[in-house]
Design a protein. Sequence first.
Lengths: 290, 290, 290
Amino acid sequence: MHPYPYRYANVGYMYDPLVYRYPLLPPMTWPEAAQVSDMSVGYEHLQRLTFVLVHGSWADASFWHPIAGQLRRTGHTVYTPDLPGHGSDPNKNVSHERIVDSLTEYITSRHLKDIVLAAHSFGGTVIQKVAERIPDRLKRLVFMNAFVLGDGQSLADQFPSQALALFEQLRQSSKDDTITLPFPLFRENFANLASLQLAEQLYRSTTPEPAAPAFTKLDLKKFYSLQTPKSYLYLTEDNVLPQTDQHSFHPLMSNRLGLHRLIKMPGDHMTTPNTDARRVAWKLYEAGRD
Amino acid sequence: MHPYPYRYANVGYMYDPLVYRYPLLPPMTWPEAAQVSDMSVGYEHLQRLTFVLVHGSWADASFWHPIAGQLRRTGHTVYTPDLPGHGSDPNKNVSHERIVDSLTEYITSRHLKDIVLAAHSFGGTVIQKVAERIPDRLKRLVFMNAFVLGDGQSLADQFPSQALALFEQLRQSSKDDTITLPFPLFRENFANLASLQLAEQLYRSTTPEPAAPAFTKLDLKKFYSLQTPKSYLYLTEDNVLPQTDQHSFHPLMSNRLGLHRLIKMPGDHMTTPNTDARRVAWKLYEAGRD
Amino acid sequence: MHPYPYRYANVGYMYDPLVYRYPLLPPMTWPEAAQVSDMSVGYEHLQRLTFVLVHGSWADASFWHPIAGQLRRTGHTVYTPDLPGHGSDPNKNVSHERIVDSLTEYITSRHLKDIVLAAHSFGGTVIQKVAERIPDRLKRLVFMNAFVLGDGQSLADQFPSQALALFEQLRQSSKDDTITLPFPLFRENFANLASLQLAEQLYRSTTPEPAAPAFTKLDLKKFYSLQTPKSYLYLTEDNVLPQTDQHSFHPLMSNRLGLHRLIKMPGDHMTTPNTDARRVAWKLYEAGRD
């Protein structure tokens, strides 16, 4: 009827010749299909995991809500704590240590164990320290475009000098030692895949970020001796850090983890977790499962 | 009926477990769907932009025609000028400056303003200079696998020494100071995703490229002081430049832009803009919108 | 009926706005579709190729069976030899040279010519040497996440020092100079995209790998003088080597090939060739065709 090839092209991520050619092929036989055993693992064989999802800077627990909803729907147990100085907490005068204390207390007071402790962005530095405190409660650490600091480094150390200078200037110009992201920076580097309307909507939910934790150099010797399994989930359009060997979430931060499981998907820093929560949830599961 | 999993696998870019698992999930509820606000932005909310699309070397305006058609169809206004020494212009004796003059004149004589000035490949060096001349007419610069030169550099400076030596030799062997791409180089590095037939068809439309502009070192001090918003659209299978930190369109050239919006899609240098024009057009829109 | 956008989202690799917007667009007209000439090349225009597929370490010919089945189905002729010291061969005392001898003999004794000689992983070092011996029988070399050694290097030289130390320790601890992959390393770095069940299934099919060939430094001067066409097929989630400029399959090993055709697809080292054999087969075809 409509023999031109775009007929099917709508449904894939890119033009894919298989779409057009494989209707011409005989279907797979059962022995072949049986070889593809991962695919035939049914829904009921999925593991049920306990996730603790740690948000990043300029964000709070609501960052994770769409993803948490998807994870709960597939049977996982999900916790999304607000870090001190974020969400409903009006006190922006928080240290990195107090944030680590708070998350540790959150987990221990609930007697959580065997947890997949996953973090986004700044949250990576928090779970590095929490992992030092309560390694026995962790099944695995998952870093989703999250900072992984080298021993003795701060988050601020990870940025190129020009970006660092901007952050220092923004910090100086605040009255309460916070950093407010300028909208153009947010729109271009944090929400590059969003429409303007969505970028504005996401921006309205940001709040001034306490500056001190990002400039705190962390002793991470114990972290680098831990045997906890680790995964890095990398959304490939994230441009918060330059995608170079010197500065990137991946491959720089990911490889600091040593042996780790690498998972990727398309996406940016702040948009995709909202607009594609179902897929991010699946990738978090791939990162977090045994 | 046909329980084997490949039943749906035809339609996606890769095997994707969501395809098989999510039929088992309840559909999203409306509140969740409403959260995904970017998706519910309807067709009628798209911005209408004015694009000026600048072609690269060994090409002319026809490079952009499939993409321009898609953009016009979504309501955008699109201009696709031929640069001097290209297309129907038989005179190959052109300088980089004359090309810049011509494009500037093209824009100013039509009184175009608020334009998204987008370039492919060599065209990137042209819009860097045009932006210095008429910054007030620009809404945004978009570089699509385009060269972004550092101050004082030439396009030829961007290539590894072996490739540069080849280009110099091709230049020497021409009678009119042009460079003719050998087919094997075009087929492997410029049209790697094409069938042989399509690569040959695309190759037949190439013409000898004036050599001087590619060897002209450009003063770009003013470019690097401009506040014009910038985007980099990166097709990820482009192998014209090695995909290393030292030589690549991305991350090397993209990061020269300073603050910029990064957009990616699968694709190579010359094939994908032809075979997947609809998707490239959408990504250009994502790169060009406010 | 169901106006919320996830209705179609199941079928693509990522959320893709085109899926939602383009139903609103008029379909392509025939002249436009005709421009997209690669798409209209029908099934009957595919080339019929002769593939010789060379497996890697801890594997044997069965690694290629799902892919070979797909290739044969599209009309290609496919050979999947077992290398000495692998598969049914109980003798693990093999040198790199003997492996090269064996593969050369396999090809010459069958009078194969005009072949696409493709290799995975360690197999890359084997086809580098075989290509030196029988260049006249080769249409093209294809490296699929395969090692490409520099002249005078060994496979072991390609690993970061920490991984190298582990391999040396595993070698020391064996009684027959083999290396047995620890499951955690296999699961995280070789089968990162698999479920645990599939990773275990794939792991059960691995066998101790003769160590000597991986530590043999190869004279590759002739290889680097060959004019044989070359392709690199890169599965982008492969984490066997760090994805940095210093250590990676791509861009490091790929660019050692000089002029080459780059093809990419999502996938890891050992899972995807099993679970997504149809797509890998197509990409091998894209890599191997003229």
